[in-house]
Structures are given as C-alpha cells and as structure tokens.
Design a protein around this ligand. Structure first.
Ligand code: SF4
Length: 365
C-alpha cells in the first residue's frame, strides 16, 4: 500500500540547526504555492489508493484550517489509515485541531527538539516545556492520541544533565512515538556552517562532542525502552502498534508520491524528486513545466539492503548480498557491530552508533 507526502516549506523562523529547504518566505508565495500543489495533485495519475498521508516540510501547522481542508479535498484514499501533520509547538490550538480532524488528520508530530528553554532559544524556537505539555494534553482531549515528539541530541549548550531532563519530560508526557535525531553538521544549516567554518554566533563552540552525542543517544534508547518505547529504526522509537506506517514505507521500499518543493517519490521502480526551493517549484508550475528532476531507476537489491539495515528487524540477506558483502558482514560481526540470525543481518547497538561509517563501508564493498 502506498503513501502521499506533501511538503509545506514555510516557517515562522529559520531554526539554526535546520538543513531543510524551508524557512521564512513571502506570504504571496505561500498562496501561489498552495495553488501549485493543488495543480500537481490534479495532474497526478494515481496508480493506487494511498493509505497514508504525511504533511511535513516546513511548518504545515501554520496552514489555516479552511485552506488545509481545501488543499486535501482532492486527494484519494480517505479515511487514511495514518495521516500525520508536523507541527511546531506553540501553533496547536483547538480551532486547528478541529480543522485537522475534519481534514482527516489522525496523527500529530511535534517538533519539540528539546524541553530546555535556553537550548531552544539558541536555535530560534520560542516554545518551552509548558507549551508542549499543554498542547499534548489538548490533542489528547480532542481525540488525537497518536503523537510523535522529535528530539535532537547535540544542540548547543546541551549537557548530560539537560538531556536527561528532556528525556524525563518525554517519559512524563508518555507519547507513543519518539524520534531522536543526532545534530547534522553540514553547510546547509547556519549552525552546521559555523561548526565547519568557525564562528560564535549560533553556539558552535558549545556543541557537544561526537562522544557526548553518542552517549545522549544511548541514554535516550535506554530511557525510552524503560517505558516501553522501543527502537524500530535508527532514529525512531514507538510503543507496539505505533510505528509510523508512512515512514516505514521509506524503509520497506513501498511506493509513495511526494508533492511540493523538494518532495521525493518512489513508484516501486523509479525514483524522482521535485525542485528544491518553493520559488522554483511555483515557477515551474506557473510556466507549465514539471517540477520533477533527477529521475532514476535504482538497483532494487542494493536499495533494499541499505534502507532495510536501518530497521531494528534488520534485512534479509540475498545470495547476491552474500557474494558482494560476505566479508564485510564477517568483519562487522567480529567487531560486534552487526549480528546475524538465520538469513537476516542487523546492526547492534554498537553498530548503530557508527552507522554512517558502516554504511560507507558497505557502499565501497
Ligand atoms: S526546524 Fe522545522 S520549523 Fe525550524 S526551520 Fe526547519 S522546518 Fe522550519
């Protein structure tokens, strides 16, 4: 069964750690973007009925209720088995929740990142722990209990004590799903550039070391497991039955179609993505051009191996994997980074901590 992804790359601020193609953009662009999206929906030839919907970006919780209802009205598959909207804490209101429910949304992902006010302030976020607590209670009261909380390990100023405080807050709030991301350092975010190139404006000098981040991640896995929220993918943890059906499609090579700027699609054979910026996306639509770029047909076996290795259940080893990666498996098993049972391999806790390096080795095998 397939899924739909919609990108809404408009935000109230540009967070210092964010490396997505999103941010503060002109209001008039937002209106034209909505039109372009609806046009892309109308033009799409559906090969299947989607069972999941994910609206991310960006800050789709900023979309006005009526506008959201209108936007989703043309999409097939309702009622979706899972329909998620990403929200920035501080933007959840009873009116918004009502509109989300009316539009078919049944899961909310809160981009909390941290429960520590001074850590949040340095990223550009304006919420605090009390706001998150209030909004989770409101969501539950109004009938949305399928809630994800995002956390980032590695924010400037984060310490073992403050990280424990954030984990304690998550445990107290008891969401059924938690995503724990390690800070990504690259030139696409202001903080990442500062860490690479030097500077003091965004807190690069206070960024925890790689070792500290690894410890934070391990602590998170332990603290969450302790309350029944188990890891099912490198960055994702859930209570039984609350694993994200939509995101699992990415790792299980099921089809999904992405609409909007920088949205990716996979139809079971071919992959493609849309142009990165909202401005280019709207421009392509208004000129009558396709926003899709970078069409390619990936090697299905290779992909299955790499995406599957992210899952806690691991991946089934085919005869061709055995030929190509056999010696690499042996080496990582010896190093305690992988384990094997019958015809499946998976990363161990130790392997997960260095998963990027492990993937790199397999890529060059
Ligand atoms: S982190 Fe989220 S809210 Fe902040 S700029 Fe990126 S997409 Fe927008």
């Amino acid at each position: 069964m397939a899924g739909i992804y919609i990108s809404w790359p408009f935000c109230a601020q540009k967070c210092t750690f964010c490396n997505f193609a999103s941010g503060v953009q002109p209001k008039e662009l937002e209106a034209r973007y909505g039109e372009a999206l609806r046009g892309e929906f109308r033009q799409h030839r559906w090969k299947w009925i989607p069972e999941t919907l994910y609206i991310g970006g960006g800050t789709p919780s900023s979309i006005d209720g009526d506008q959201l209802r209108e936007l989703l009205a043309d999409l097939p598959g309702r009622p979706w088995r899972e329909a998620t909207i990403e929200t920035a804490p501080g933007s959840v209101t009873p009116e918004k929740i009502e509109a989300w429910l009316a539009a078919g949304i049944n899961r909310v992902s809160l981009g909390v990142q941290s429960f520590i006010k001074h850590e949040l302030a340095r990223t550009g976020r304006k919420h605090d722990a009390a706001v998150v607590e209030r909004e989770i209670a409101l969501l539950r009261k109004m009938g949305i209990s399928n809630i994800n909380v995002d956390l980032i390990a590695g924010l400037p100023g984060q310490t073992e004590a403050s990280w424990r405080e954030s984990l304690e807050a998550v445990r107290r709030l008891d969401p059924p799903h938690v995503s724990v991301y390690m800070l990504e350092v690259d030139e696409d975010s202001r903080l990442g550039s500062e860490i690479i190139l030097g500077g003091k404006r965004y807190g690069a000098l206070d960024t925890p070391s790689d070792d500290a981040m690894a410890t934070f991640y391990e602590q998170a896995a332990e603290a969450l497991a302790d309350v029944g929220i188990a890891r099912y993918e490198i960055s994702n943890f859930a209570k039984p039955g609350y694993e994200s059906l939509h995101n699992l499609k990415y790792w299980q090579q099921e089809a999904y179609v992405g609409f909007g700027a920088d949205a990716h699609s996979f139809d079971g054979g071919e992959r493609w993505q849309n142009v990165e910026s909202a401005k280019d996306y709207v421009g392509a639509w208004e000129r009558g051009d396709s926003p899709a770029i970078d069409r390619m047909t990936p090697n299905a076996d290779e992909e299955k191996f790499f995406v599957g290795l992210r899952l806690s259940s691991g991946v089934q080893v085919s005869a061709s994997d055995e030929v190509r990666y056999g010696r690499t498996f042996e080496r990582f098993i010896e190093l305690g980074m992988m384990e094997r049972s019958a015809d499946r391999v998976r990363l161990t806790e130790r392997g997960i901590m260095v998963s990027n390096e492990v993937f790199q080795e397999f890529l060059s095998a």
